[in-house]
Design a protein around this ligand. Structure first.
Ligand code: TC6
Length: 725
């Protein structure tokens, strides 16, 4: 609701809808009533709009878009009503003014913000545009370039930047409400015409058309198939071409297009999924609601390779003092240099008065080779390379040295948490924290509990994710956990497609057109083919431990492709060696060029193995890669490794470059329709009976059999299903 109160000559309208004062229809109604009351009361000379509990408003109630027309169309007229008031209206912005919240403030004649407030028009991130006339008012206030930037990226800006841009009139360090009332009293009687943004012309930019054309190219490039940024652009362009009322009409049309697009639904699903995964639960009944985290006052990171460097940087950015440990001085010095460089870069990027720990102070960041310095830390993150024996040795040592309450985390992408925990005297405090590279950039933190991991340990790891500004997702312990386990069949299909007749650039293109930041072969070249090679050698799938007489293209009775192993044997590790699935300009180069050598190699390979080269169309490439990944997702859900499809989707969006506007793999499956996914898997599985990844999971079959229920109901069918799996 909104609350109306009148003190002296200034009426106060307070937006009230905890926790973020989202603008529901009810809030809008009371806002409108308050404005009309203030207008009708001759003793009211000015109006101040603020939000309850130190937050202005996070914008329209996103859940309200499911009853689209009403909420979508209701806010614009109210913003106009504010602007047309004959009494000055002042917005007192505390906390956040986002989306429709900022549009309300743009309707006001004056805006005052607290110095710590943040503002933005993030509609684009949920597949929409600022449809309450924001695309028309903002360019008039701060100019086209700055408005276009805010509207097409959705970024939040701090109050200090808002002041520089002219988005707010004043910022205050103390009581924003009192300052706003003072300002309202001061401006009583002053002409309002110049304060009405709809009456202002859009400030001119030299060569506006050329500027816009260039901006459009950039917006399209960054959108990677997402509609909203381009439609946001079009709405702002309308502001430069047409009078206000005409621009508003165009904005409404474009808003409706987005509202009814599947992309907006996918992005809004992703928004709520990210919040839903915070409410974690395990099959044994532990959950977020009953488990309390332990405080982490001091941490330690073991191993200063690429992952360790990123993790240290993340902890410092989160103001957590720490000890960084390496095995010897040479590696320590190398790691220290790299970390310092990263931290200097990060410190320069910090915005809006945010502080980074003084990393030159050894009390905050201490580099050492001495395990003894880990005695009093609350949490250790081991980030040495993926070798079980080494990890067990370290954990054994840690359990002897660290204080009894310390949480012991292992950064691993696939190894068994229980086996690592078995090397300690405190398996309940051992947990997997799978960071993604670069660890100070990537948002995902996969948190893996073992058989003995305590609820407190899970809660502490989740709390750590929050402190690091990451999305923590709690999952069970299995080879590859959730993310990599789903990735295996996807990558496997990509390689099988090469065997059958495709090329790396064709497969990558299809998946990049789908919206992935990077296709599987470019990804493999970036990560280094040697990483998987080492793991396959450890598993006995290739290399000297492979029993003599093993068929080249079969392991344990299943289809296997030795192609990646053959490339590694040729020293083709990807970007680092200037050759992999592609050719690069130099070692470490990033420009991938299709490689005639590889094409030739593939045809020889097919000849050697008697494989008939065939043309593989885009549909087959997409379906075999994606549906096998999704199929594994259903198996993961059925095994209780993740507590819902949202978990898988959040992992894929934040850790694997899945296009957010497609909502994550499981949401995507729900939009394709489970019967179609099943039918296609059945077809491909019949054609490739030796590929278990294409065999439809029992859970998928069950969901189709019960009539393709909506995603949010999937898990309710599992209890009835699990006994039969
Ligand atoms: C718009 O305005 C369009 C206008 C044009 C035409 C009309 N609606 O993120 P948190 C919930 S579109 C409904 O955990 P934080 C959220 O789900 C909107 N609910 O907190 C969570 O609920 P839970 C444009 C919302 O401090 C709780 O509030 N605006 C909304 O980490 C707390 O949220 C945006 O896109 C909402 N608008 O971050 C802003 N916002 O506890 C979206 C939040 O049940 N919001 N909730 O899980 C945000 O970016 C962040 O929530 C935040 C607070 C920065 C406001």
């Amino acid at each position: 609701m909104a609350q109306y109160a009148r003190g002296s000559a200034v009426a106060v309208i307070r937006l009230r809808n905890p926790p973020v004062n989202a603008l529901s229809l009810a809030v809008l109604q009371t806002l409108e009533d308050g404005l009309k009351k203030a207008d009708a009361d001759p003793s009211v000379k000015a109006v101040m709009i603020c939000g309850e509990n130190g937050k202005f408003s996070a914008g329209a109630d996103i859940r309200g878009f499911s009853s689209p027309k009403r909420l979508g169309g209701a806010l614009g007229p109210i913003v106009s009503l504010i602007e047309s008031s004959e009494k000055p209206v002042v917005a007192a912005i505390e906390g956040v003014a986002l989306g429709g919240g900022l549009e309300v403030a743009l309707g006001c004649h004056y805006r005052i913000a607290h110095v710590k407030a943040r503002m933005g028009l993030p509609e684009v991130t949920i597949g929409l545009l600022p449809g309450a006339e924001g695309t028309q008012r903002l360019p008039r206030l701060i100019g086209v370039p700055a408005a276009l930037d805010m509207i097409t990226t959705g970024k939040h800006i701090p109050a200090t930047e808002a002041l520089k841009l002219g988005l707010v009139d004043e910022i205050v360090e103390e009581n924003t409400i009192e300052a706003a009332i003072r300002l309202a009293n001061k401006v009583i009687g002053q002409p309002l015409g110049p304060r009405r943004l709809s009456l202002k012309p859009v400030p001119k930019v030299p060569n506006m058309e050329a500027f816009l054309d260039e901006a459009l190219v950039k917006v399209k490039r960054q959108a990677r198939g997402c509609l909203a940024p381009e439609l946001c652009f079009q709405a702002v362009r309308a502001a430069t071409q047409s009078p206000f009322a005409e621009g508003v009409r165009r904005e409404r049309e474009l808003f409706q297009v987005l509202l009814s697009s599947g992309q907006a639904q996918a992005l809004q699903y992703a928004f709520f999924a990210e919040r839903a995964v915070r409410r974690w639960a395990t099959p044994s009944g532990a959950s977020w609601s009953s488990a309390a985290p332990q405080p982490v006052r001091r941490a330690a990171v073991i191993g200063l390779g690429t992952m360790g460097q990123g993790i240290v940087t993340s902890l410092v950015k989160a103001n957590i003092p720490l000890v960084a440990l390496e095995q010897d001085l040479e590696n320590l010095n190398k790691g220290r240099k790299a970390v310092m460089l990263l931290l200097q870069r990060e410190a320069m990027k910090m915005e809006g008065g945010a502080q980074i720990l003084d990393f030159h102070n050894p009390a905050h960041l201490q580099f050492t080779v001495d395990f003894d310095l880990l005695r009093d830390v609350d949490l250790v993150i081991e980030a040495v390379f993926e070798n079980m024996a080494l990890k067990k040795e370290i954990f054994h040592k840690l359990s002897k040295i660290c204080k009894p309450g310390a949480l012991l985390c292992t950064n691993t992408s696939a190894l068994n948490i229980d086996e690592i925990a078995s090397a300690t005297n405190r398996p309940q405090q051992v947990i997997g924290t799978h960071f993604f590279s670069p660890a100070h950039v990537m948002r995902l933190l996969e948190i893996i509990y073992g058989r003995h991991t305590s609820p407190t340990a899970i809660a502490t790891a989740m709390q750590l994710a929050k402190a690091l500004k990451k999305v923590g997702v709690v999952v069970g312990n299995c080879f590859g956990f959730v993310g990599n386990r789903m990735m295996f069949p996807y990558v496997q299909q990509a390689v099988f497609l090469l065997e059958e007749g495709s090329r790396p650039e064709a497969v990558d293109q299809v998946l990049e057109d789908f919206g992935f930041k990077i296709g599987p072969f470019r990804m493999s070249d970036l990560a280094g083919l040697d990483v998987g090679w080492r793991s396959r050698k450890d598993q006995g799938l290739t290399g000297p431990s492979l029993p003599a007489g093993t068929p080249a293209r079969q392991r344990h009775g299943q289809r296997y492709s030795p192609l990646p192993d053959l490339l590694c044997e040729q020293g083709r590790f990807g970007q680092k060696t200037a050759r992999g699935w592609y050719l690069y300009e130099k070692a470490g180069g990033r420009t991938a060029t299709p490689d005639p050598w590889l094409h030739n190699f593939l045809s020889q390979y097919r000849d050697t193995h008697g494989i008939q080269t065939r043309f593989i169309d885009q549909e087959e490439i997409l379906e075999r890669c994606l549906f096998s990944l999704i199929n594994e997702g259903f198996a993961i859900l059925a095994e209780g490794i993740a507590s819902g499809p949202e978990h898988l989707d959040v992992i894929y969006i934040n850790g694997y470059g899945w296009p957010e506007h497609r909502g994550g793999p499981m949401f995507y499956a729900s939009t394709v329709g489970l019967p179609r996914v099943l039918a296609k898997l059945q077809k491909y599985s019949e054609a490739h009976p030796d590929v278990p990844g294409l065999r439809p999971s029992a859970f998928l079959k069950k969901l189709v059999a019960v009539g393709n229920p909506p995603l949010k109901e999937w898990m309710s069918y599992l209890s009835q299903q699990s006994s039969k799996l």
